[in-house]
Design a protein around this ligand. Sequence first.
Ligand code: 3HC
Length: 389
Amino acid sequence: MSAETPEQIFETLVYPYLNHAVRMFEVGYATATDIDHGMRFGCGYPKGPLTVLDEIGPAVVLDALAKRFTETGDHLHQPADLLVKIAGEGGSFTQGSAEGEAAPELKHEISKVGVVGTGTMASGIAQVFAQAGYDVVVVGRSEEKLAGVTAYVGKNLDRAIAKGKSTEDDKAAVLGRLTGATSREDLADVDLVVEAIAEDLDIKLELFRDLDRIAKQGAILATTTSSLPITQLGAATSRPADVIGMHFFNPAPVMKLVEIVTTDATSAQVNETVKALTAKVGKVGVSCSDRAGFIVNALLFPYLNDAIKLSEDGVELGTIDAAIKETAGFPMGPFELLDVVGNDVSLAIQEELLAEFKEPGLEPAATLKEKVAAGELGRKTKKGFHDYS
Ligand code: 3HC
């Protein structure tokens, strides 16, 4: 299908994403509210996919997808059974979906938080907790890397001061709550550890074995992995009931979402405490189980991959970016976002999704692989889909 007008580009890229959201909902992986909150607060979309679907009209989306499926034969374009049913009934995905769940409570006292890692995510997460009033110890591999965390937080706070949203006193207080450590032993007295180190299973397994030895009894051990099995991280410890996922989004100080990922072993108390804590630090929590991509990445990355495939069909990158911002109201076009996330990270996530769901349509786009092989990883290398040199 040639997609040249903004409306065609919208249908080509956004309708399959809406279909994925229906499939996620129909298998009971997440509630309609959490699916919609995931995309609104994780990616800054104006509305969640199920709300968008209701607004466009399930029957309209169904017809367009059915037509596309006859053209492509791609199972990802085949309308979800629930879409067929709701469209047939003239029903809605979101009506009556607001849950009246009681507000979660902190079942553990949390006053000191440990963050392991010094990259962008770790720095942003440290900022989130320090700004919410928690003492934070950041563990990094060198004083130089720790200084990078302080510089990141300082720069963000300076920007807020320049906009009149913060003060020098606030900045001093936030930085005063942050301490750096090059030894993991300094995590012995923290109530919660959030790790945001390299996205590599062996590296994380080694860390969790060490955290098991170091952390005090009852400490919550959280990972911000976006693609590795949290169940395996828990199993590397003698306390899998205390292990949970807290998946933050980039940039962590800005994006309001935390995906709270429980394994079969995570205790209900730890889950409730993390939900309450997420709200306390000003974030919106959504709940899901331990499956590749969780809610947001499982919906976001196939759409990004489809955008690359559309560009391979000859549609200009800038045309696609502009069309998506104009028609869908997403804050960034797909190529702008790929360059922020990093093509290496995006390829790894796409490969995880393909391995989990085994859908041929999830095969990473050839250009994504080429960009990674050429070291064109995005903003961090000054060149990705767009040029930043
Ligand atoms: N760090 C900290 N703060 C930042 C920032 C950064 N890197 N970039 C922007 N900000 C702050 C600004 O200071 C500003 O704060 P204010 O509202 O308090 O003044 C606010 O964010 C808005 O910034 P700007 O007005 O300069 O810029 P934009 O309006 O263009 O917004 C954006 C920037 C919030 C990043 C917006 O473009 C956006 O929402 N993009 C989508 C990002 C997204 O989809 N993230 C998810 C990626 S997937 C992921 O993380 C999962 C992982 O597993 C891969």
